[in-house]
Design a protein around this ligand. Sequence first.
Ligand code: HEM
Length: 499
Amino acid sequence: MGCTFSVLAVITVVIVGVIYVIFTRLPKSSKKTLFKLIHGSKMKQFSNTPGPTPVFPMGSVGKLLGSDVPWVAASRISAKYNSGIILIWVMGEPAFLINSTSLLKEVLQDKDIKCFNKEVKHLGPMLGPNDPFCANGDEYHKLRELHPFMRPNWREIWLPSQTASIRKLVFINLSKMAMASKEKPIKLMWLCQRMMFDTFSQSLLGTTLGDEAHEEYHFIGEIGDIRIHSPLQQKFPPWQPKYHSTMKSWYARFQKFIDASYANPEPTPGATDLINFLKKERAEKKYSPDEVGETLHGGVYSVGSAIVSVIHCLAKDHLRVQKLKEELNKYIGAKLDSFTYDELQKCEYLECVLREALRLLPPVSFYSRKANKDGVTVNGVELKKGSTVMISTWDTHHDGTFWTDPFLFNPERWQVDEDFLKNNTYGSDHFCPFGRGLRQCMGYPYGLLNIKISVAAFVLTTNFSTDPNTWKDNFFFGINMPYSLRGRVTLNEKFPSQL
Ligand code: HEM
């Protein structure tokens, strides 16, 4: 019986394989006809929505999955069809690429979680059961409410208290970068990621975790990345034994610190980490190991990427580095080892530089939603439950009808008039590096603090350069991670002598 089944399975696979090969070798015109023959009735429903002509068997999704990163491919498609909503066939299923500000508002803000789900269950095993990032519906609201970053005093009390520890770890990491730079150009993305791994661990647990933990972190990221690139949404945990042993060791590391901290229910005087903050706040829910892991995976890659974007933009622009230096010297230069959160917030040009780099090179450029019921409409087009809507922040940030010379790095554009910064804040129509609406990034104020301190330290205490020929966009774990970029860092006379 078992033998007959195996033979039948092999024969079926061979037949399907042969049919697939025959069909993929057909001339393009026949493939178009074949697609129409099979999916013609569905196609009729969307005859008014423009998009690339689908061919059998993949539809038109190949246009997005070519050799370019998806946001660049999407941008090419948008330019060609010049429409706010573009139809992309994913095999026989319609999906929609949206790139107009009004449609982004419609999907992410007006209809948000009521009509759309985030379908990232395949990342669930990496991010754990408490991450609102993966949740939808009632479960989402519950997890969001319980999240430490939603505590009333998180922003007012915890966030400013992180300035000192982030600053110290940034200086330690810059000194390591300068040391490595003496030998050869350094892998800037990798080292900024490592720097953020230190600042985040310190903020969450009150300790850094070291190289071995960072290797575990990145291995889990790599497994997640494979899943993001797979055309099949994998619902089950990865099969690899190394994945399971790594997750066990990863969570056990955090559990050790959590147990030690909660052994005393009273907060440790002077401690600023998140667990002690929750103790002070008398939060009813304890911090759990998967929440630590989820925050590291939610932020370390993207904040590291943002720092690299800013440094790369500035490296080509000595005049602006000079201008930024003058401002930083005015507010924090005299107290590099003790400046406060409030003093950093006074640096308006720093804010403009940051926003401009996040506009030009947004770390999260492309993501999606799925309609969570039949009959949801976007721009009047009626979607079926499960239809995908693809969102391109890249296109919004490079829209030439709003941004003059959109591909130029020009921080002064944020100062054209005194209301520009106020009117184009994070999550507004033309600027949404952290998403927008209800599901806008929960960690962005903490992300911004890390970016500001890192950029201030780079600019004031080092000389840095990057090799523009080594920049290559790289879609990793849903984020642009240009690991190929090479740069150099040397410390200058302002670098603190004692850390
Ligand atoms: C420069 C740094 C960052 C960028 C560019 C970024 C970008 C984004 C974007 C675009 C979204 C919305 C995704 C969507 O709507 O599908 C998002 C959501 C989220 N981010 Fe970030 N993020 C950054 C830093 C962080 C940090 C530091 C944390 C945590 C410490 C974090 C945690 C989250 C979480 C939990 C969500 C889900 C929010 C929800 O669904 O309600 N992010 N982020």
